[in-house]
Design a protein around this ligand. Structure first.
Ligand code: ARG
Ligand code: ZN
Length: 462
């Protein structure tokens, strides 16, 4: 019976790999070459957790060339005979574990590393990867570009949701694995490189400037950035002492200024609604990269492809609580990010002369059954190509308004604050959100979520 089950399981590549490893003896097996997410099966790796990334990049805008070293401090979560990192393109010249050169191979977007001796479960080890080349962004299932996106002038827009981290550093690229980061970028004088968290140091020599950044809160790989441009930089502290660092492409500076000036007010307003701001830094990177077509909530410091409007700023800032501090377990739950950030826009608009959230819900509900809004349920996009479609955003916000209508303001805002507070720096999935909502409101909410979050098409009544 057991043998039969194993044989059946061995038909899947991951388990076949595990079984092959098991037969090599020592009880150590290869880490699975996937985090097991059906939407992005090639993303992430099993068998280890990355505690900390120390990434050093040297970038030359004129040639687009990147010279890099990544030092990953990891902990084995099983007895590991080998493991994978996600890396797309680029040339790896060496991999060392705890300082010693080890064997490695490339296959598709996987960099497979085989230590000289198996790494026992619980062991902390460092992996140093030296690599170089001209990074190339990846095309997502929905056709958008993601990762290291170079502009005509050599500046770089780095936004890696969901899978683009692999275009610029070797990582365990799934939000299940969160880590702290140090990113140092060296660019020619006159250029500025901006990453997450706080700027620790900046130094110049021989015509090149190095920017040392540090993110001290756990971060999913897709939220890391190292955007590079000829930016105008502004840095200051908010009234409550939070350091803000904004880097803005001169072509967008005039349009961006009044909106960026609202960053402290937006953070203060969202902190009242959602609980304390989760991170120790804030700011914005505003590029002139209209071809990209989106912004991203890169942790502490969202990156915008143009001067944002206030709604976009409110949206990306709300993601710091919903998506960044509290991460997804799987991409199917994307409404937990996008629905919540969209609802933050509804709340902002309602308090700043726009329609009430109830009116927003009614206006959306009035859209005809053939509208994109009803194409698939917010809670079940069905495939990777749909995660940034309209339903996770707009229907996701509608779900929250239906919840608020049902449980009342007091319970509703307690639910939002508890979600962000209880799961700060961690993870949450939809079932846990429903459970929390039922617990706080004392109501059974399964039919509400069945209809509004998981229902196919337009619900029969509002
Ligand atoms: N999370 C971003 C936002 O809504 C959108 C990212 C879109 N990414 C992409 N590859 N299309 O704020
Ligand atoms: Zn969003």
């Amino acid at each position: 019976m057991i043998a039969r089950r194993l044989l059946a399981l061995a038909a899947t590549p991951v388990l076949a790999a595990l079984l092959a490893g098991a037969s090599q003896g020592g009880g150590a097996t290869p880490g699975a070459p996937t985090a097991g997410d059906p939407y992005f099966p090639q993303s992430g790796d099993g068998g280890y957790h990355v505690v900390h990334y120390r990434i050093g990049l040297g970038y030359t805008p004129a040639s687009r060339h990147l010279d890099a070293t990544a030092v990953l401090t990891s902990r084995a979560t099983q007895n590991l005979s080998s493991f994978d990192l996600d890396l797309s393109g680029l040339t790896v010249s060496s991999v060392r574990i705890d300082g010693r050169s080890v064997a490695f191979s490339r296959s598709g977007v996987k960099l497979k590393v085989t230590p000289a001796h198996a790494l026992p479960k619980g062991r902390t080890f460092t992996t140093t990867i030296t690599y170089a080349g001209v990074p190339k962004d990846v095309t997502d299932p929905d056709g958008s570009a993601d990762g290291w996106i170079v502009q005509k002038d050599g500046s770089v827009f780095v936004a890696s949701e969901p899978q683009g981290a692999m275009t610029w550093f070797p990582s365990n690229s799934h939000p299940l694995d969160k880590s702290t980061y140090q990113v140092s970028v060296t660019v020619p004088d006159g250029w500025t490189a901006v990453s997450n968290g706080r700027l620790q140091n900046r130094r110049s020599s021989h015509g090149r400037t190095t920017f040392d950044w540090r993110e001290t809160s756990p971060m999913a790989a897709y939220l890391a950035t190292a955007s590079i441009g000829r930016f105008q930089v502004q840095s200051y502290r908010t009234a409550s002492g939070l350091p803000v660092y904004n880097a803005v492409d001169p072509a967008e500076a005039k349009a961006a200024a009044p909106v960026l000036a609202q960053i402290p007010a937006v953070i203060a307003w969202e902190s009242k609604l959602f609980g304390p701001y989760p991170f120790d830094a804030a700011g914005a990177i505003v590029e002139h990269a209209h071809g990209v077509g989106y912004a991203l909530e890169t942790q502490t410091r969202p990156v915008y492809d143009r001067a944002p409007d206030i709604d976009t700023l409110v949206h990306e800032t709300a993601h710091q609580w919903f998506g960044d501090s509290v991460s997804l377990d799987r991409w199917k739950d994307i409404w937990l990010n996008e629905g919540f950030a969209t609802y933050a826009e509804w709340l902002w608009d309602a308090q700043h002369g726009g329609p009430s959230t109830a009116q927003r819900l009614a206006t959306d509900y009035a859209l005809p059954a053939g509208n994109d809004l009803w194409a698939f349920p917010a809670g079940d996009p069905g495939e990777a190509a749909n995660i940034f479609g309209t339903p996770p955003y707009e229907r996701g916000a509608m779900v929250l308004e239906k919840l608020r209508e049902r449980v009342g303001d007091r319970a509703f805002f307690t639910i939002l604050r508890s979600w962000a507070g209880d799961r700060r720096y961690g993870h949450g999935d939809t079932a846990q959100f429903i459970e929390l909502s039922e617990k706080i409101s004392g109501r059974k909410l399964d039919s509400l979520f069945a209809t509004w979050l998981y229902g196919q098409g337009k619900p029969a009544t509002l």
